[in-house]
Design a protein around this ligand. Sequence first.
Ligand code: 5GP
Ligand code: MN
Length: 344
Amino acid sequence: MECLFSESLIEKWVENLAHPKNIVIATHINPDGDAIGSLVGLGLYLKKRGHHVTLACPTPYPDFLSFLDPHKKILVYVWQEEAVVEAVEQADLLIAVDVSSFSRMEMMGPLMMESNAFKILIDHHIDPVEQEFDLVLSSTKVSSTAELIYRILDCWGPRVNLSREQATALLTGIVTDTNQFSNSVFPSTFEVASVLKASEADMEKIVAKVYRDFSINRLQLMGYALQNIKILPEYKTGYIVLTQDVLEEYGYRIGDAEGFVNFPLTIGGILVSAFFLQREDHIKVSLRSRGGIAVNEIAKTFFNGGGHFNASAGKMENIPERIEERLVEALGTIIVSTETPEKE
Ligand code: 5GP
Ligand code: MN
C-alpha cells in the first residue's frame, strides 16, 4: 500500500517510538466506534512494542463498544479525572486520535494542550489544527482513523503483525465510520479490511455487538424515532427530535440513539437529515446529507461544530421549541442540488 505521508514525517514517527515511552492515547468526547477502535488498536500495538500506554476519553463510550475494552482499561476523564491527570503528567508522548483539535476533547482538552509531552495527531477530518501538535499525520483520503492507523503501521514496517484483538478493534473503526462500507469508502478501505480479516478480525462479533444485541429500550426508542420523523419538503430534509422527556420514557442509555440520524435519508427524495438529541445543558445536532450538500458548512456556521462533507455535528441552545426555526434558517443558506458530491 502506498504510504500517505512523506518520508520525513514517517521518520519523525519512527524516531519518537524507537525507545520505550510513557504514552497517552486520547480521543474525542462521546467516543464512537472509530474513536474506541483506534484507541484500542493502536494502544495494543504500541504496548506490544514495549511502550507503557494509557488510553483515555473525555466521556464514557456506549455499552455496545465494551467488547473492545473487556478489562475496562480505557480511562474516562469524567469518572477518573485524577488517573488521567497523572498519566498525562507522566507522559512523554501524547497521541490524539480521531479529532482535528484538542478542542474536540472539550473538558480534557486543556490538560492535553498544556502538557509538555511530544504531541502527535492521527486523524481523518478536514482542517487539522496543526499548531497544537508536534507531528501531524492527518489525511482525508481514508475512511476512518482506524484505517489511517493501519496505513501508518504499514509505512512503519517491517511486517505489521496484528493480533486478533488489534485487528478486530481497527475493523470496528472502519465498519462503524463507513456505516458498514456504505460511505467514505476508498479502494484502500477494502484493502485494509482484507488484511484485518486475514489477521483474524472477528467481523461476526463486530456486527453482532454493534448492529444487533440491542436492548428492548433501544428498539422501542427507534420505533418512536421512526414514527416521529418530520419532513421539510421544500428543503428535501427530514429530521428527528428526541427530548429529555422521551429519552427518560424509554430508559435511554448512551449509544441507544446510534445511527438514528440515518433514518430520514432512507426516504426517497430526501437529501438532508438532521437529528436532535437533547442533553442536560444543550441539544446535540447531527447532520447527514447525500450528494453535493456540504453539511459541515452549516454545522460550523449555525451549530458551532463541524465534521465531514456529508456527516457532521454540533450543538444548539437547549430550547427544543427553536429546533425547526434554527434548522430552516441553516438550510436556507445551502443550495440543494443533486450534483455529484465533491470528495473531501
Ligand atoms: P456524529 O453526528 O456522528 O456525532 O458526528 C458526525 C461527524 O461530525 C463526526 O465525524 C464527528 O467527528 C464530527 N463532529 C461531531 N461533533 C463535532 C463537533 O462538535 N465539532 C466538530 N468540529 N466536529 C464534530
Ligand atoms: Mn472517525
